[in-house]
Write a protein that binds this ligand. Sequence first.
Ligand code: DGY
Length: 323
Amino acid sequence: MPKPKILVSRKLPEAVEAELARNFDVTLNVDDVPMDRAAFRAALKAYDGLLVTVTDGLGADVFSGLTPRCRILANFGVGFSHIDTEAAKAAGIEVTNTPDVLSDCTADLAMTLLMAAARRAGEGERELRAGRWSGWRPTHMIGTKVTGKTLGIIGFGRIGQAMARRAHFGFGMRILVQNRSDVAAEVLAETRAEQVASVEDLLPACDFVSLHCPGGAGNRHLIGEARLAMMRPSAILVNTARGEVVDEAALAAALKDGTIAGAGLDVFEKEPEITPALLECENAVLLPHLGSATRETRERMGMRAVDNLQKFFAGDVPPDRVT
Ligand code: DGY
């Protein structure tokens, strides 16, 4: 039997590409040039499966009017708001993702942003590299203490829980969580978290707020002008979830006028474009979507996507099927 024909949309870690080549008739993207809508439409007609990433805009228009050969989109990543899963399903295409394997590294990066924003690490580094540091002084670049403060977590899936463990057991923080559904009592007990009823209950009670909810239309601008105004003026917002969850223009205004004290962002509304006003905010720490960017995690994400493809083409239900 011929091997399934798979197209990979971006350059992947070497070990993952080698594993794909062993198992499939694979076309790799060696130049790592992002594919456009026309290229995806052609690929959906020519391949049995596509291995895609967060940079691939697979909205309903990409699937419309097509009779695809493709039957599976194996997403390299846990978030899949860049794929219109309903449109994919209507076209007869299953979608999988790569949960679990990136929870630790994404939570590590959320903690990095929280610490960097609290202790003004970005500002300090910029000052030093620019030759503007005049030396130690008691009132220089004063930040805010992290240990013992209250952290609010919005979205309490695997990454939110990993964040809670770091913050509570590492920094003695009190953890409040808001989640769409009730969190199991054992999970709350293990992470030492308390669930609150709503985002409105959470925001005013926290020194730090970290977003770990899914992206997509349902959570678009979950944090906008009104909710930023509910946060403490001393509070810091961290987003490692999806850019669309935060209204970037409203956040830049809130950072400028002192509505909140700082932000740490790894994801943006129109990546790789950044709202220019945000770039002017010294109190924002901005990273280029590095949440899962460690060698170990990127390899495990790739292997997990390969596993989903293998199971699917063996006639099994892929373990990480989302639709
Ligand atoms: C994820 O896994 O969702 C990362 O943000 C990369 O897509």
